[in-house]
Design a protein around this ligand. Sequence first.
Ligand code: NAP
Length: 398
Amino acid sequence: MAEKITMSADGTLNVPDEPIIPFIEGDGTGVDIWPAAKLVLDAAAAKHGRSVAWKEVLAGEKAYKQTGEWLPDETVQAFREYLIGIKGPLTTPIGGGIRSLNVALRQLLDLYVCLRPVRWFSGVPSPVRHPEKVDMVIFRENTEDVYAGLELQEGTPEAKALIEHLRESFGWEIRPDSGIGIKPVSVTGSKRLIRAAIEYAVRRNRKSVTLVHKGNIQKFTEGAFRAWGYELTREEFSDVAVSWDDCGGDPGDKILVKDAIADITLQQVLTRPDEFDVIATTNLNGDYLSDALAAQVGGIGIAPGGNINYVTGHGVFEATHGTAPKYAGQDKVNPGSVLLSGVLMFEHIGWQEAADDIVAALEKTIADKVVTYDFARLMEGAREVRCSEFAQAIVERL
Ligand code: NAP
């Protein structure tokens, strides 16, 4: 019987054998990649005596055509009610009053973690020599920082008033023809993000959590993020984790909490990827880092993502690439990103065996050189197949 996923008072998810899971197909190539991903997810679940009662909800162009709204209340309500959902890519309406549908969903549900695991699947073409050394999980803060959209446009009365106020009250001289962005980084936002990262590291037997920041320059935002991370480690996790300063870099069997400055991190994830494991970082750093890392292991065609609030239990898993409109409806692109987001979702709800099976079958398919155009153009001797055929090939190898 199809039932809702619920959350217990202790914060664990209660997942029935047939959970109702809302999905947004997505615009553009969403019509290609979503059915392909669903085919594989359903087959893997069935192998373990489970099934998903998929419930379609609307957003983006499809919603706008049918309801006149880009993000109908019903859709937000469904994600609220059923806790866990998944979505394909959405067109960002230009000049529609909504900055981005993805951002709107994150804010409405307070999905404070952007989870981006980055690992290499054997056989995937990569621009680096040792992609197998990349196995990182990025926890990117999702609700604040300069990227949260608190901005004033150059030349507006609001921007002028703020510049004037800053000059009068703080003696800060800001060029009058400036646009202004505000970068709030709070104790609340930072600690709940870092808490989620350390708890994940504990649950999944990871070795370290690196706090990535730009605190050498931005002391009261980025630097504070680092300081609060170490404070949290001492306050709440002293039995399972230890900070670098408190152990001299030798954590014993505990999880090592360390930190790294964002610019050097972008070098070292390339030159010494095996020194990074779980990463917790502020919003803008996390944006750069997750895409740079995705490129190292084969690009955005297969990078998965999830937006999660571990306190309320809400989670929306999503393809991390856009709608690739030039390929829409051609049954051509790689369904890997939304499929692996489904895998991440299965892991999140405790369906680990089904998740592992999909990863193994995907690796086998790529090892057999049966791939979509994006990989085929980078591999020698590959057989290029359509999006739906790629999904079918994975199912055959499950
Ligand atoms: P995009 O849709 O991500 O496409 C850029 C390029 O990435 C494509 O031309 C293609 O590369 C490659 N690509 C994308 N999806 C792929 C897939 N499934 N398999 C293989 N390759 C794939 O970025 P965009 O063209 O800048 O944005 C288009 C629209 O998507 C915009 O409206 C944007 O706002 C929106 N968007 C939505 C999201 C989201 O919903 N999460 C994220 C980003 C952008 P090649 O040309 O090399 O084949």
